[in-house]
Design a protein around this ligand. Structure first.
Ligand code: FAD
Ligand code: PHB
Length: 399
């Protein structure tokens, strides 16, 4: 067996693992990133699109934001279409902050390029990954690469391997508490070669369910439809998808999305999930490995980036001074932001999906809430403040 030594062993090359490797490299700290998928798969996986300002700032300040600055699409507001009435929430005016639309796969591409320039190891297509001796000061990661078993000995392991990874399940059950809610619906998402017909996102609630209009560039529209969590894609030929999108999204002012060839389709289930604490011994969980939010609040990638900012600072402080204080605070500090985002994502999801319950009272209440949220300046400010995201160092419930 081949043994390798590094300071931080990182499991997973999604946005969390790659950004951690990058920030550690900038602090002069060595890491090895291992990923079980192929590089092309990781780059092409279509997922998030909305970056909070703090995520954008983090990327720019750390030298991985130049393409984001050129190609990202800054948005000052969003629309909410309440049963045909499309109303705008001016986030920039209400909060002084904005969001940027830039595909997660572009973020991943930029971070893989930065890793390449750093010369530090990033291994794709590894298998049989396992983590060991988590409570010792020299934990180990074992894996197979090119039919050879290898072992990384390190000071810390970062579990950045997403919801289905192996790091969280390696923590003994008595040391971790899980909070979870699974929703009775999912999203059918498409990418279409059609120029966006609105410069800003449109979240829509229609009698037939939720729909979302988003984009990836001046030529590509990204759209989602509420569907069953286990929806069978073979029942959704392109014409049916467009009929449903047009019905749910078009508004009384005549707005509707442009139609074009569909280039990608997928169904995602929706859940809220938190594992506490986000640490066991020398294993630190970050991003989707520790928490999942339903995508209606556009928070998942941004939460992952906020965790990584904290973890990189905590590890850097430890190696500079031997002081473990930030490592000890890591989980509590992250979880304050995580729970704020959980509450917001749950709220957006319940407000915008059909049916909330089978009690007609709840439908009328939901409509009243949407009327309020799109008309009251106080309510719009609250939505906007959460949507654009708190500065990374702040969290309301933390005081
Ligand atoms: P992942 O991206 O899941 O990365 C984990 C990596 O670990 C993967 O590459 C995986 O292959 C690898 N891995 C898994 N197991 C192993 C193993 N055993 N060994 C080695 N490697 C392993 N978030 C937003 O902020 N804004 C949005 O607009 C938004 N929209 C979304 C829309 C959809 C349809 C979906 C599905 C998600 C959306 N999200 C959004 C959420 C966002 O995509 C995730 O929160 C984000 O990918 C989390 O990054 P991560 O690095 O923690 O995890
Ligand atoms: C996206 O563009 O993929 C997107 C936008 C907003 C969301 C979720 C996903 O809330």
């Amino acid at each position: 067996m081949k043994e390798i030594r590094t300071q931080v062993g990182i499991v997973g090359a999604g946005p969390a693992g790659l950004m951690l490797g990058h920030l550690l490299h900038r602090a002069g700290i060595g890491s090895i990133i291992i990923e079980n998928r192929a590089q092309d798969y990781v780059i092409e996986r279509v997922r998030a699109g909305v970056l909070e300002q703090s995520t954008v700032d983090l990327m720019i300040e750390n030298g991985v934001g130049s393409r984001l600055q050129r190609e990202g699409m800054p948005h000052d507001g969003i629309y909410i279409n309440v049963f045909g009435k499309r109303r705008r929430i001016d986030m920039a005016e209400l909060t002084g902050r904005r969001i940027t639309v830039y595909g997660q796969n572009e973020v991943v591409k930029d971070l893989i390029a930065a890793r390449g320039s750093s010369g530090r190891p990033l291994l794709f297509e590894v298998s049989d990954v396992s983590v060991h001796d988590l409570e010792s000061d020299q934990p180990r990661i074992r894996f197979t690469k090119d039919d050879e078993v290898r072992e990384i000995r390190c000071d810390f392991i970062a579990g950045c391997d997403g919801f289905h990874g192996i790091c969280r399940p390696s923590i003994p059950a008595r040391h971790i508490r899980i909070y979870e809610r699974v929703y009775p619906f999912g999203w059918l998402g498409i990418l279409a070669n059609a120029p966006p017909s609105s410069p800003e996102l449109v979240y829509s609630l229609h009698e037939r369910g939720f729909a979302l209009f988003s984009m990836r560039s001046n030529a590509v529209t990204r759209l989602y439809l509420q569907c069953a969590p286990d929806e069978d894609l073979s029942q959704w030929p392109d014409d049916r998808i467009w009929d449903e999108l047009l019905t749910r999204l078009q508004s009384d002012d005549g707005w509707k999305p442009n139609v074009g060839p569909i280039t990608q389709k997928g169904v995602t289930g929706m859940r809220s999930f938190v594992a506490e604490p986000m640490r066991f011994g020398r294993l630190f969980l970050a991003g989707d490995a520790a928490h999942i939010v339903p995508p209606t609040g556009a928070k998942g990638l941004n939460l992952a980036m906020a965790d990584i900012w904290r973890l990189s600072r905590a590890v850097a402080r430890y190696f500079e001074s031997g002081c473990p204080d930030l490592l000890d605070q890591y989980s509590d500090d992250c979880l304050r932001r995580v729970w704020r985002a959980q509450q917001f994502s749950w709220w957006m999801t319940s407000m915008l999906h059909q049916p909330v319950t089978d009690n007609p009272f709840d439908s009328r209440r939901q409509r009243a809430e949407l009327e309020y949220v799109t008309k009251s300046r106080a309510a719009m400010t609250s939505l906007a403040e959460n949507y654009v995201g708190l500065p990374i160092e702040e969290s309301i419930s933390g005081g």
